[in-house]
Design a binder for this molecule. Sequence first.
Ligand SMILES: Cc1ncc(COP(=O)(O)O)c(C=O)c1O
Length: 411
Amino acid sequence: MSSVDQDVSKYRKYWNLAEGVTYLNHGSFGPTPLVVQEELARWTSLLASNPMNFYVRNLPDYLDEACQVLGDFVGTSGDNLVFADNATFAMNMVAASHYLKEGDEALFTDHEYGSVLRLWRQKCKEVGASIVVRKLPNPLGSDEEIVETLFQAASKKTRLLVVSHVSSATAVILPVEKICQRAREMKIPVCIDGPHAPVQVPLDIDKIGCTYYCASLHKWMSAPLGSGFLYVTPNQQQHMKPSIISWGRNMREDAPTWKDEYHWLGTRNPAPALAVPSAIKFITETIGLDTFRDYTQGLVASARQSYRLLTGLDYDLGLDPIPTHKPELAGQHRYGSMITLPMPDFVPNPDAQTGLHPLRVFLWDRYQIECLLPRWQDKLYLRISCHLYTSPADLDRLMTALAEYFETLPR
Ligand SMILES: Cc1ncc(COP(=O)(O)O)c(C=O)c1O
């Protein structure tokens, strides 16, 4: 084993990542820290020890307490949050409830996630509404330019705006607070697709002022796989319509709330949601949010620099080069703990039939590296996610692998 291989992050001990694997795709599927896995097992064991007691007497309180802890972290009352398995579930809950009719339009940016667009295309088709996808400036300019460009596509017909807080393929942070401010002036409801935001960026949902906020918590928060949430603004909560019909109340027969339809979905294991507070505690107390952001954003900055040295190519999606979470620069940066970098032109496209890229196969087979190779606007990119378990040696390994792969290609 080389000295580079031994250089592991001091935080890696908190995970049980497979030895030898360089995991640079936290942005897709976040591995769960051991302490959160233990909490997940503890809740599951408590449930198994007496399901009657768990579901009928205690579950409403357990969920309320977990919601309040989550609410404190994401900047709203826990009363406005329901747990969902992930952002996809949460977005589907919005799609099942949000009223759209024939002739209405739903507005999206060109950075939105594929399955989110697919969902809304389907929903719009069903009711005779249409989808408008607005191209944002490329590279993205200031917050104001983004807002101006986006709202050029808005009109009286626009009855919903769906926008990522941090986008998937392009990993850019969008100015959601300013977008919501303009949308409120035009009385357009906004649904924020936010699975990459909690922990990666400071989050204050009440301050953002959206109608809905959807998130997965297995990503940057490192809560269990299968945990996420939906926020609904108070005056919209009474209009929420479930697509999964169960009893519509909790098993304790408490006074009804809008959450009842979502928190009792038949008999299932709610442990992923109940373990969310342990993930918040891990990241805020064991690690510290500033430590998390300084460490992971520092890694991203060094990945960017090494990539520039290797390829001559630089970050080209946003104008602002400083990755930082410093409040005085809030809104002035476009990436955090994850960065999307352009691939050289001589790198071929993925296999037309399978969609698989030979580089992805090479990275895994030869180096056991996991990362994402998104295509966006007909261009191939490399998305690198840096979490606490990532080390500078992981990034060196990626650069070594890329250099070796590039050598095999004709120019
Ligand atoms: C912007 C965005 N929205 C939604 C999703 C869906 O998240 P999940 O698969 O956790 O439901 C993703 C997943 O990567 C995403 O990046």
